[in-house]
Unconditional design. Structure first.
Length: 248
């Protein structure tokens, strides 16, 4: 009996790029919501693409000054992603600040399109942190950290998605259960690259697990905003870890 193998659906990586970035892509025809689950397996690849662009931008800016490298890379980070994950960070910060441990209030604030003071402070802190950390990495010439950190952060989605959804939405559609080997394959790939190029990034799975534990304990589930928040937090923690490792 001849076993048939399905060909890779290249609409999935295109959808992943469309969802996570503002980069131009071909139009996806015959879109079905079920494709989102397959697109999730490509999130780390999108992170590598983003990281390649950021490292190139930072390298070019550093030919003039590390602060220019940091400014260009930070602005590029925001533009390429469309501020998608920053928006999630702001929503979660507002919800945590206003919910007072009321689950219904927390969900209501996260869905509110208006930006509150907690969200503003979270955005300012995150952008300032990335600006300074990228400058320190640019000054040390550690471009590879910018290459791999976005990929590790998007790898975290595989683990966070195993939590129950807080509310119906896109978050649960990106479930990785249809590609159970993808998290392990990407973990081995990113782990090998990190071991070779930037060992400090091997702490990424720890950061991902800590955030997942916090979600389970504090919120009891996950939403699209929570995924974006996790990506931002893990990216910053990895940049910080790399900067500290270079100073030791």
């Amino acid at each position: 009996m001849t076993r048939r193998y399905s060909r890779p659906d290249w609409r999935e990586p295109i959808l992943a790029i469309q969802f996570l970035t503002r980069l131009p892509t071909p139009q996806v025809r015959d879109f079905q919501p079920e494709m989102l689950a397959g697109a999730a397996r490509w999130f780390p690849a999108v992170g590598l693409l983003l990281g390649t662009l950021l490292a190139t931008i930072a390298w070019a800016g550093a030919q003039v000054d590390p602060w220019l490298a940091a400014l260009l890379a930070t602005l590029g980070w925001i533009w390429i992603t469309g501020g998608l994950h920053l928006d999630g960070l702001a929503d979660v910060a507002d919800a945590l600040g206003a919910a007072h441990r009321d689950p219904e209030r927390l969900l209501a604030v996260m869905k509110d399109p208006h930006l509150g003071s907690f969200g503003v402070l979270a955005l300012l802190g995150q952008v300032a942190a990335k600006l300074i950390l990228v400058m320190l990495l640019a000054r040390a010439g550690h471009w590879v950290v910018l290459l791999l950190a976005p990929a590790w952060a998007r790898w975290g989605v595989f683990g966070w998605q195993t939590l129950p959804p807080l509310a119906p939405g896109l978050a649960e559609r990106f479930g990785w259960r249809r590609a159970p080997l993808a998290p392990w394959g990407w973990a081995l790939t990113l782990g090998a690259l990190s071991l070779w190029l930037a060992p400090a990034l091997l702490l990424a799975p720890v950061a991902v697990w800590l955030y997942r534990s916090w979600l389970a304990r504090r919120l009891g589930g996950v939403s699209g905003d929570c995924l974006g928040t996790g990506i931002e937090i893990v990216e910053t923690l990895l940049l910080l870890g790399a900067v500290v490792s270079t100073a030791i």
